[in-house]
Design a protein around this ligand. Structure first.
Ligand code: NDP
Ligand code: GDR
Length: 370
């Protein structure tokens, strides 16, 4: 039985990857942080009682900023594969916490590689590093491939650039099986609530159900190559099953502006939205509704721009070229953007329908101590 260790197991990708590896018969170990509230919502369905023998899913407390702890866990687990998914992963927040972001995302990657080297596991343990399309930053060429030069545009991307190159360096210097997946944006119903797609699908559900008036967004002109996280964790696994460690771009090859994602999400609840105005004055209005369950008045303003969500330096256009992954890994995404939006909106409508029902039955969801 193969043993995998996942950092960032409580995150979106950690949850989908754990699921995938368990289905493939792996013993999966995950590193989770100690937090004052439970942070295991996404993986609770995989939990196994610690009192049973031969568990297939084991969690360890740890943090990418603590070398001693990483060394101890890696020594204990002796993993065949490490997936380094843990990170301060929010681009906008990285401008507020640049030093912490560098410590976790850049030096954290070094700590993993160095632990494997110090423990003499370089021949046994294969390493996947979660690199990102944010490395491309200021547009140098489109579509972006493994050969496109990097120009990072945030403390997050600069930290991830160190992670990328230190992974390449350990591969070359110590002959380790270590590789980078340069993954473009990937989303799902498990996506963190402050990333733009999930922020949109949650707001669309709440607006349709009469629980929110308006969605405030930042840059509507940004273009992203959005895929489904389920497809992308499959690519991570494939990258560690090859004869030789290499770096791969994982993307759909289709790019879409944030504004169109908003339209597509509203369309899922039968609401047509059109945008008028420019820059911070741009607004989205309801132009028609086709589902009587979600009747909003034509002309209602449902989207507006708040410059608070602008970034000091932005990444305007991402569109990936996944040819190498298609040909060498045989990887092709199963989801398209329509399928992704449909699944995300449906999941959020379910969540807020339940919340609304509880509220209408007299249960207080928030402010329970008022
Ligand atoms: P999430 O933000 O959903 O998850 C991040 C995970 O990292 C969480 O489990 C989080 O723990 C953990 N974490 C944060 N800080 C630390 C730390 N100091 N020590 C240990 N763990 C920590 O990210 P995703 O699942 O979306 O992304 C996975 C990885 O892939 C990240 O490295 C991200 O930067 C990268 N990436 C993501 C892309 C995407 O579109 N999703 C695209 C390209 C790259 P907690 O739950 O406690 O917060
Ligand atoms: P990104 O994802 O920065 O690409 O990083 P995010 O969803 O945060 O932003 C995408 C684009 O949407 C614009 N935007 C907004 N973004 C947020 N979060 N909130 C808003 O209100 C809003 N309005 C407009 C942003 O300016 C941006 O252009 C994600 C993360 O998962 C990274 O960890 C990962 O490396 C990259 O994807 C690939």
């Amino acid at each position: 039985m193969k043993r995998a260790l996942i950092t960032g197991v409580t995150g979106q990708d950690g949850a989908y990857l754990s699921d995938l590896l368990l289905k493939k018969g792996y013993e999966v170990h995950g590193i989770k942080r100690r937090t004052s509230l439970f942070n295991t919502d996404r993986i609770d369905h995989l939990y196994e009682d610690p009192h049973i023998n031969n568990r297939h899913f084991v969690l360890h407390y740890g943090d990418l900023t603590d070398s001693t702890n990483l060394i101890r866990i890696i020594q204990e687990v002796q993993p065949d594969e490490i997936y380094n998914l843990g990170a301060m992963s929010h681009v906008k927040v990285s401008f507020d916490t640049p030093e912490y972001t560098a410590n976790t995302d850049a030096i954290g990657t070094l700590r993993i590689l160095e632990a494997v080297r110090l423990l003499g596991l370089t021949e046994k343990t294969r390493i996947y590093q979660a690199s990102t399309s944010e490395l491309y930053g200021l547009v140098q060429e489109v579509p972006q491939s493994e050969r496109t030069p990097f120009y990072p545009r945030s403390p997050y991307a600069v930290a991830k650039m160190y992670g990328f190159w230190i992974t390449v360096n350990y591969r070359e210097a110590y002959n380790m099986y270590a590789c980078n997946g340069i993954l473009f944006n990937h989303e799902s119903p498990l996506r963190g609530e402050t990333f733009v797609t999930r922020k949109i699908t949650r707001a669309v559900a709440k607006i349709a159900l009469g629980m929110q008036d308006k969605l405030w967004l930042g840059n509507l002109d940004a273009n992203r190559d959005w895929g489904h996280a389920k497809d992308y964790v499959e690519a991570m696994w494939l990258m560690l099953q090859q004869d030789k460690a290499e770096d791969f771009v994982i993307a759909t090859g289709v790019t879409t502006p944030v504004r169109d994602f908003v339209r597509m999400a509203f369309a899922e609840v039968g609401v047509s939205v059109e945008f008028k105005g420019e820059g911070v004055e741009e607004k989205g209005y309801v132009t028609a509704t086709s589902n009587p369950d979600y009747a909003l008045a034509v002309g209602t303003e449902v989207v507006a721009v708040d410059p608070r969500y602008f970034r000091p330096t932005e990444v305007d256009l991402l569109i990936g070229d996944p040819t190498k992954a298609n040909t060498k890994l045989g990887w092709k995404p199963k989801y398209d953007l329509n399928g992704l939006v449909k699944e995300m909106v449906a999941a959020d409508v379910e969540i807020f329908k339940k919340e609304k029902l509880l509220h209408e039955s007299g249960y207080k969801i928030k402010n329970q101590f008022e």
